[in-house]
Design a binder for this molecule. Structure first.
Ligand code: B12
Ligand code: SF4
Ligand code: SF4
Length: 288
């Protein structure tokens, strides 16, 4: 089986490779130590993009969190690739990672020439737009970056204008201000942060700088059933009220919005209810 057959067979819409050394400028000592702990003598990275667009049913959960948890679904798909790689390159290490990774995954994609680099920070692969999860395989097999790294998107500026919190600028995303981070943050919030959350149409994640992107205007549904089927698009306060941590995790097992526990969702739902007009009047604009 060829490399291309392995990756496309796993459901990847695009894939490529980069040299591990090319990532080092973006990796601190801790990230380098973690990578070397996972794969001694790291030399190369495979990176692949998996489409997840689940359709555009109105709801208060981000599009990325509506189907199965990608932290489970994508590694499952990538495991079959790793098995193929071990057959093709006996004696080499192949370690798959998704999100919870010391590697800067979008930089991997950029160096591998996978898609375009969006001004909103996202990796874009037409026709799937930005609605892609990235997965990487770290290896001691020497690999090179693409001769042509990813170019910038059409740079229309719509994402910069759409960001309501000032998190997105020409310098990139300021995590501390990003609503996606805020919906997931535990502990005390400032009045300003509470106000921002109460005006936000979602109780988990943020899609605003993606929805306006021209590359996302006619995106096909994900071919991967994990992200298309059995969706949860909306949470109501009653869905998470009175649940213990354990009950919540059991009820919503395998979902990307469970890892912070029920408390942040209760808070976000409460903020929505308190804000005038309630959540119904405050949904994000429809995708189409
Ligand atoms: C921390 C984190 C967050 C934080 C902070 C995000 C941020 N932008 O700083 C928060 C919680 C806010 C967040 C939000 C989201 N996240 Co997030 N997040 C991460 C995580 C774990 C680390 C990101 C990071 O800080 N990397 C360090 C920086 C330096 O690297 P980078 O992000 O890879 O890429 C930048 C540079 O490398 C550079 N670059 C790109 N190519 C090249 C090429 C060259 C040659 C060079 C020099 C530079 C360069 O441009 C990129 C953007 O500035 C990654 C997974 C991972 N391990 O990488 C997911 C990840 C970036 N997140 C992802 C997703 C889906 C989201 C959300 C869309 C979820 C949502 N709907 O709410 C939002 C999008 C927000 C946004 N506009 O970026 C996906 C992105 C997929 C894609 N198509 O790009 C990732 C890759 C997870 C995954 N495995 O799929 N996220
Ligand atoms: S995810 Fe939302 S808050 Fe974060 S940069 Fe994009 S539009 Fe701004
Ligand atoms: S909205 Fe425009 S500037 Fe932003 S990522 Fe999309 S094409 Fe690039």
């Amino acid at each position: 089986m060829t490399l291309d057959e392995l990756w496309t067979g796993s459901g990847a819409a695009a894939w490529g490779t980069c040299a591990y050394r090319d990532l080092l400028p973006a990796m601190d000592e801790a990230a380098r130590a973690k990578a070397a702990g996972l794969c001694p003598d790291p030399a190369g990275v495979f990176v692949a993009a998996y489409p997840y667009f689940p359709g555009d049913t109105p709801g208060n959960l981000s599009l990325y969190a509506r189907g199965q948890d990608y932290h489970v679904a994508i590694p499952r798909r990538m495991e079959q690739v790793c098995e193929g790689l071990r057959t093709l390159y006996p004696g080499r290490n192949f370690v798959r990672m998704v999100d919870d990774s010391p590697l800067p995954e979008r930089m991997c994609a950029g160096l591998a020439g996978v898609g375009l680099r969006g001004r909103n920070g996202m990796t874009i692969v037409p026709p799937w737009g930005t609605y892609l999860f990235l997965g990487t395989v770290l290896t001691d097999l020497p690999l090179e970056s693409a001769p042509e790294i990813s170019s910038l998107c059409m740079d229309c500026g719509a994402c910069l204008e759409a960001c309501p919190s000032g998190a997105l600028t020409l310098e990139g995303v300021d995590r501390g201000k990003c609503l996606s981070d805020l919906t997931q943050r535990k502990g005390e919030l400032t009045d300003r942060e509470r106000e921002a959350l109460s005006r936000h149409g979602l109780v988990w994640g943020c899609d605003l700088c993606q929805r306006v992107c021209p590359y996302n205007q006619d995106v096909p549904l994900s071919p991967l059933p994990e992200f298309r089927e059995d969706q949860i698009t909306d949470l109501e306060p009653e869905d998470v009220a009175c649940l213990t941590n354990r009950q919540f995790r059991e009820k919503y097992a395998g979902r990307a919005f469970t890892w912070r526990g029920p408390g942040v969702l209760r808070r976000n739902l409460e903020l929505h209810r308190e804000s005038s007009g309630g959540a119904e009047g405050k949904k994000e604009p429809s995708h189409t």
